[in-house]
Design a protein around this ligand. Structure first.
Ligand code: 5IU
Length: 260
């Protein structure tokens, strides 16, 4: 059977990468294929959101460099919340430079991403060296990398042969655990897909974001995890109520895919 037809639990049992094993186990236990995109600009907001929404998500996705009062204590507290709620941390760095440069960006600087983010991602525009550079830092720490095979925004340029190259590089590099994109890309070594641009509240935003439904993304396209931001914490929203609603929608879409 294709991976889309298997349960998350079964895929976790069979998976070769310890991080993905843990991810699938968490998804099954929390009955959640929902990742929160927590794009908020203060430490207090980020911690409050992570704590209230934590019970309903499998992955907390951050852009740590948008937090204006970032400090080392934020990382400590985020790690404690990830442990409390049993979810993985994903910093959406979208690295895009030479292997040697991304090694420095990933392992060092003030954010020290590799020290705390279980997952990060990169563009393969520089060629395979970017994966090798990130792997030198992340592999020894048991981290995992997603390739940006597609984006969700209008007019994005990651299509066709470029997307296919992402898939080839992912298959060939053990540090890569999957993709950001809109669908399942390959049946090789159960590379996962996480999909941003998911929303039940709107069709998009004023800057090119385009929203699709969990049913489209999970049931029809075979993606594994939906990433939702403003649909959960946007203006006037009750974040807990919305997180529950998206978790339910994502999980129902997954059960529908299995034919349950
Ligand atoms: N994000 C996208 N689309 C992409 C990629 C990343 O939306 O193709 I790669 C990020 C941007 C933001 C989150 O952090 O996912 C989506 O947030 P909203 O649900 O608020 O649009």
């Amino acid at each position: 059977a294709s991976f889309s037809q298997k349960t998350y639990a079964q895929r976790g049992e069979e998976h070769a990468h310890p991080l993905v094993k843990a991810l699938f186990a968490t998804m099954e236990r929390k009955q959640s294929n929902l990742s929160l995109a927590a794009d908020v600009s203060s430490k207090a907001e980020l911690l409050a959101l992570a704590d209230t929404v934590g019970p309903y998500i499998c992955v907390l996705k951050t852009h740590i460099d948008v937090v204006s009062d970032f400090d080392a204590d934020l990382v400590k507290q985020l790690q404690a919340l990830a442990a409390k709620h049993v979810c993985l941390s994903f910093d959406d760095c979208k690295f895009g430079d030479l292997g040697n440069t991304v090694k420095l960006q990933y392992g060092g600087g003030i954010y020290r991403i590799a020290d705390w983010a279980h997952i990060t991602n990169c563009h393969v525009i520089p060629g395979e060296g970017i994966i090798q550079g990130l792997a030198e830092v992340g592999m020894p720490k048991g981290r995992g990398l997603l390739l940006l095979a597609e984006m969700s925004s209008a007019g994005m340029l990651a299509t066709g042969a470029y997307t296919d190259k992402n898939v080839e590089m992912a298959i060939a590099n053990d540090f890569v655990i999957g993709f950001i994109g809109s669908r399942r890309f390959t049946e090789e070594r159960d590379l996962i897909t996480m999909t941003p641009g998911v929303g039940l509240h709107a069709s998009g935003d004023a800057l090119g974001q385009q929203y699709r439904t969990p049913k489209k993304i999970v049931t029809e396209n075979g993606s594994d995890i939906i990433i939702v931001g403003r649909g959960i914490y946007g203006p006037g929203k009750d974040a807990v109520a919305e997180a529950k609603r998206y978790r339910e929608a994502g999980w129902t879409a997954y059960l529908d895919r299995l034919g349950h």
